[in-house]
Design a binder for this molecule. Structure first.
Ligand code: IPM
Ligand code: MN
Length: 365
């Protein structure tokens, strides 16, 4: 198989982590007899600087023409004073809309080797395995009207959802729960917001199609506490766009670092894969960024867009092995540096890539 992938490295640490992840992807694919057909295009701040827009036409066209889009990260302080619709992030939001994927999957998985990295106690987080399904195309991010009126000193955004927008993401979440531990938690703020009442009503209605899945509802404020107190109690969690953005950064504390959280967005014309973290411009170009979230994002791409389960598993297993062997990027070594070997972005990428190769060779013997 030839995997036609558009790569949009973006800003800050985006290019470095993407380079490592692509090298790992190439290795995993090659050993399964597959090749990558890559196209590289600009998005975000680099595109504003060079093309005058955060999502150039050629990038959009290439994205729609690909089988999967692999994105690094967007955002840079240089554009902080721009209005939201001209910032680097606007390019990402436009791309998400154009590709049409509405279910953003963010698996939060506690690698045993990183237990010590979390500020939470080991007995709280050990064995945590949560799949967040964040609605990605609705809510405050896209609702109209929106404005900041500097004369009157007033600003507003609109949280808006339709029944069908909620139903389709709920259905995706129920299906994923069926393949896991059959437990779905829906998160809303139905004691205050009409959008959340619609959300709760619709998720409950869709739930009737999935009698084998246990559905529970939680308010987002309580949920943010439960995630820290008893993360093991959750299997699949479905929530609207903004709540999902916030809760997944919070949940990354369970994994030990935001640099461990991959993501993939499914359900649209072309799936979009991006680590859940940002562009960290202050760490750019120093070879210190953690490429593991992006590498794990590559595994999601192989699994969800191409059905290459063995190759995807090999990447996840390689990450685990490299961690077991005591290799860490700087962000993962701060709390307990003894006995660990700190690697740069490139060296960590190389380690994972070599380990993928060894594993797949061993399996084919
Ligand atoms: C994320 C990011 C984005 C979001 C930004 C960069 C627009 O924070 O993917 O979580 O808010 O969705
Ligand atoms: Mn975010």
């Amino acid at each position: 198989m030839r995997l036609k992938i558009l790569v949009t490295p973006g800003d800050g640490i985006g290019p470095e982590i993407t380079e490592q992840a692509i090298a790992v992807l190439r290795e995993a694919a090659a050993l399964g007899g597959h090749t990558l057909n890559l196209d590289y295009r600009r998005i975000g701040g680099v595109a504003i600087s060079q093309d005058g827009t955060p999502l150039p036409q050629d990038t959009l066209a290439a994205a729609l023409d690909s089988e999967a889009v692999f994105l690094g990260a967007v955002g840079d302080y240089a554009f902080d004073s721009l209005p939201p619709n001209q910032r680097p992030e606007a390019g990402l939001l436009q791309l998400r809309t154009a590709l049409g994927g509405f279910a953003n999957l963010r698996p939060v998985f506690a690698f045993r080797e990183l237990t010590e990295n979390s500020p939470l106690r080991p007995e709280i987080i050990e064995g945590s395995d949560i799949l967040f399904v964040r609605e990605l195309l609705g809510g405050l991010y896209f609702g109209q009207p929106r404005a900041w009126n500097k004369e009157t000193g007033e600003a507003f955004n609109t949280m808006r959802y339709t029944h069908d927008e909620v139903a389709r993401v709920a259905r995706a979440a129920f299906r994923l729960a069926q393949k896991r531990r059959k437990h779905l938690t829906s998160v809303d703020k139905a004691n205050v917001l009409e959008t959340s009442q619609l959300w709760r009503d619709t998720v409950t209605e869709v739930g009737k199609e999935f009698p084998d899945v246990t559905l529970e509802h939680q308010f987002v404020d309580a949920m943010s506490m439960f995630l820290m107190k008893r993360p093991r109690d959750f299997d699949v969690v479905v929530t609207e766009n903004t709540f999902g953005d916030i809760l997944t950064d919070e949940a990354s504390v369970i994994t030990g670092s935001l640099g461990m959280l991959p993501s993939g967005t499914i359900g649209g014309k072309v799936n979009l894969y991006e680590p859940a973290h940002g562009s960290a411009p202050k760490h750019a170009g120093k070879n210190i960024a953690n490429p593991l979230a992006t590498i794990l994002t590559g595994a999601m791409l192989l699994r969800h867009s191409f059905g290459l389960e063995a190759e995807a598993d090999a990447i996840v297993a390689a990450v685990r092995k490299v961690l077991e062997a005591g290799f860490r990027t700087e962000d993962l070594a701060r709390t307990n540096p003894e006995g660990l070997t700190v690697l740069g972005t490139r060296e960590m990428g190389d380690k994972v890539r070599e380990t993928v190769k060894e594993q797949l060779l061993a399996a084919s013997r």
